[in-house]
Design a protein around this ligand. Structure first.
Ligand code: DQA
Length: 146
């Protein structure tokens, strides 16, 4: 059974009431709940963590090294700023899928660049809460093909 670490970066705890026109009205708890159901159907174990702190996310990536088979991450704003998060992913060399609710490429220019994308298997963005489900499927399919 595959085990996947799901990381939610800064401000994603506000989902549901944060800029609903951009991020939708589904709360993070609901997203995690839907993902758990999807994981059960795929026979995959999920561990989810949200943090507003870069170091907490980095520690969780380090701890994933011998505990998980892959990482699903919405790095939030750290996508566009964090070399440290990128280095952590490279450091543990676990297959990683980057997720965003919004299509970051259609938004402000500063959101177009991701430090994570070049070290991820791929990036899924623009499908709202469904980006997570699509990302989970993409990651599991990738793991099955290894
Ligand atoms: C986000 C996009 C980021 O640019 C933003 O800073 C977020 C959310 C998304 O899921 O669309 O916090 O990662």
């Amino acid at each position: 059974m595959y085990s996947i670490l799901v990381l939610h970066g800064p401000n994603l705890n506000l989902l549901g009431r944060r800029e609903p026109g951009v991020y939708g009205s589904v709360a993070l708890d609901e997203i995690v709940c839907r993902l758990e159901e999807e994981a059960q159907a795929l026979d995959v174990n999920l561990v989810s963590l949200q943090s507003n702190h870069e170091g907490v996310l980095i520690d969780a990536i380090h701890d994933a090294f011998d505990q998980h088979d892959g990482i699903l991450i919405n790095p939030g704003a750290y996508t566009h700023t964090s070399v440290a998060l990128r280095d952590a992913i490279v450091g543990v060399s676990l297959p990683t899928v980057e997720i965003h609710l919004s299509n970051i490429h259609r938004r402000e220019e500063f959101r177009h660049h991701s430090y994570i994308a070049p070290v991820a298997i791929g990036q899924i963005c623009g499908f709202g809460a469904d980006s997570y489900r699509l990302g989970l499927h993409a990651l599991v399919t990738h793991l099955q093909q290894l």
